[in-house]
Ligand binder design. Sequence first.
Ligand code: NAP
Length: 298
Amino acid sequence: MRISFIGLGSMGLPMARNLLDAGHELTVYNRTRNRADELGQVGLRVAASPREAAQSADLLITMLSDDTAVESVMFGDQGALGGLKPDTIHASMSTISHLLSRRLADEHRSRSQRYVAAPVFGRPEAAAGAKLWIIAAGEAETIERCRPVFGLIGQGVEVVGDDPAMANVVKLAGNFLLASAIEAMGETFTLVQKYGIEPSRFLEILNGRLFRSPIYENYGKLIAERRWEPAGFKLRHGLKDVRLALSAAEEVTTPLPLASLIRDHYLSAMARGWGESDWAALTRVLEENAGAAAETGA
Ligand code: NAP
């Protein structure tokens, strides 16, 4: 299977590297071309446009920041949509809106191309270790064709049906839950710190006795150690995902009051210039609200 990969950011780069390491020949495209230099040369071809990348692909994978990035890469004269041949597959792995996913499904169908929405859970370390969890939706047969390749980048595939947009809804709902855990941990760590309780001791109690899970463990550690740089998942992308969850919820008249609150906290963080920090840096807003920033050395 000839694979083309578009988007060599924090996630895309290690994912593409895993495909190359598995012996696949890979065509890549990235807006900032020199990102491809980090992949080395063996088996690598760098395309000059998304369209050129798509022309040689049996499977095109996109891993881009947001809806705007996916639109700019897929549509237009040099867009990948015009390059893909009939019956070839686009697996869209970015976290994008369910609405754009629907549009992509329609556009691909009208060109007899195949489309799978396959957003992922897991940070860049998980991408590097091929430990992502892939949430896939689309035609069962198309997902089966992708499975061997998904097996090189993830530890499992959860299929949620044949309507691609449902994979995006599951991903957005999951990220809202993650953001809620960060909000709750940020608030509680700020509280205990104001009483002088050692964050690492508090984390030990949480993980050891009550909440043991990869999320509490990993994000709890980031928050306890106040480690916001380098960002695994950028705060500005976190804001994007909470907004997308709110918009998906609005379509089905479902209030998400907690998401509205978290959106505002992320906006406060953006206003302070923290968009490139890890999204766990939401905690800094909560610390400032509690007048705790000076005590914690922020
Ligand atoms: P990132 O490091 O910010 O990389 C973004 C990628 O998108 C880069 O390749 C960038 O190209 C490209 N891009 C941005 N705007 C573009 C535009 N207008 N036109 C063309 N290309 C554009 O993001 P990431 O952390 O890899 O995340 C990628 C996707 O995975 C996002 O949807 C994110 O929500 C999702 N995700 C991330 C994580 C995580 O922990 N990081 C986990 C799960 C899912 P340049 O190099 O030219 O800027």
